[in-house]
Design a protein around this ligand. Structure first.
Ligand code: ASP
Length: 343
């Protein structure tokens, strides 16, 4: 049977054209994009599309857009075998993470892709990315069930779990990487799926759409020289409910009294603080060093090997469910969509 794929085109470089006056790139509509990829017609799929009006540079993405994308997928979930989301690379990993939490019980492919060069350019990576994303969205296993049953990012040679991914290059065609989880598929002459690392949810589970997100969250990036005034100012942000603290190495922070006191007071006042390492690879090990031990003793919870993108969107999602700070802490500690490894 012919595979049915729904493309949700949000914008990004893949569909951009050069403004004749300013020479900068601006998003363009879907017909422009498809006109530049005649090869799509060679795929024997039934492809429909939904387009953002207007398409956007992903630097303008916000939770309302994530809700739109998630609703389009949920509304059409039964009608299609797979979904391809065309998206700018800048915030793609945030969108992938948010969608992975919002689409509970997902058991069909949601493949997000884009490109570094606009699709109209001679050396574009967009054509290949689009075609490969469509093929992955249509791929089935030996039982005829979807090969990919999760939100994933396809870029150049790899398919990565969406909520494990990070944009790692502004120039390279292989722009994404999941630093703490293996590739779900490698793309060369063929598409080689890594069966043992793909999520295997039950295909009979119905999709549960939960779109409410609470943006009362923030990031605190540690650096030598961060002072008490700045830290207290950040933690006193009106209405703030949760913060991701980007710590050193295995989850370490300063041992100074003022630092520990400021965090403890924040935790005691009900702010959920999550420890995520600044290292691109590896995990928080809260009790490897005194400097990490002290952090966890203040009530900061471990983000294990989660990415920043997944941590911040997971906080938005959990607070969006209306959970209390204690409930958020408990729920955060468990993987929701394969976003972290808890040892
Ligand atoms: N600024 C663009 C965007 O994220 C970059 C890209 O698509 O690669 O929409």
């Amino acid at each position: 049977m012919q595979s049915r794929i729904l493309i949700v085109y949000t914008g990004g470089t893949i569909g951009m054209i050069e403004d004749p006056v300013t020479r900068s790139l601006r998003p363009f509509d879907f017909s422009h994009l498809m006109d530049n990829v005649p090869k799509v017609k060679m795929l024997d799929y039934k492809i429909d599309n939904i387009q953002f009006a207007p398409p956007i540079d992903s630097s303008d993405m916000n939770p309302a857009h994530w809700q739109d994308i998630a609703r389009h997928i949920a509304d059409n979930y039964k009608r299609y075998d797979g979904f391809v989301v065309l998206h700018g690379t800048d915030t793609m990993a945030y969108t992938a993470s948010a969608l992975s939490f919002m689409l509970g019980g997902l058991a069909k492919p949601v493949i997000i892709t884009g490109s570094q060069l606009p699709i109209g350019e001679v050396r574009t990576d967009g054509e290949e990315n689009l075609i490969t994303a469509l093929q992955i969205a249509a791929a089935t296993d030996s039982d005829g069930k979807p090969m990919v049953r999760e939100v994933a990012i396809l870029f150049e040679n790899y398919l990565w779990r969406g909520d494990r991914s990070t944009k790692r290059s502004a120039d390279n065609f292989n722009a994404f990487k999941s630093n703490n989880y293996p590739a779900l598929a490698k793309i060369g002459l063929g598409i080689h799926f890594e069966q043992d690392v793909l999520a295997r949810p039950d295909t009979d589970t119905p999709l549960t759409l939960r779109t409410n997100l609470d943006t009362a969250v923030m990031a605190i990036d540690l650096f030598p020289g961060l002072n008490e005034t700045t830290l207290r100012h950040m933690l006193a942000t009106p209405g703030i409910k949760g913060a991701v603290i980007r710590t050193y190495g295995a989850g370490n922070g300063p041992t100074a009294d003022w630092f520990v006191r400021a965090l403890r007071q924040a935790v005691d006042s009900g702010i959920v603080l999550v420890n995520v390492t600044q290292c691109v690879n590896g995990s928080v090990h809260s009790n490897r060093y005194v400097a990490g031990d002290i952090l966890s003793a203040t009530g900061v919870i471990s983000g294990h090997d989660i990415t920043f993108e997944a941590a911040i969107t997971k906080l938005m999602f959990l607070f969006g469910l209306g959970l209390s700070p204690q409930e958020v802490k408990e729920a955060f500690a468990r993987p929701l969509a394969g976003e972290m490894t808890v040892k």
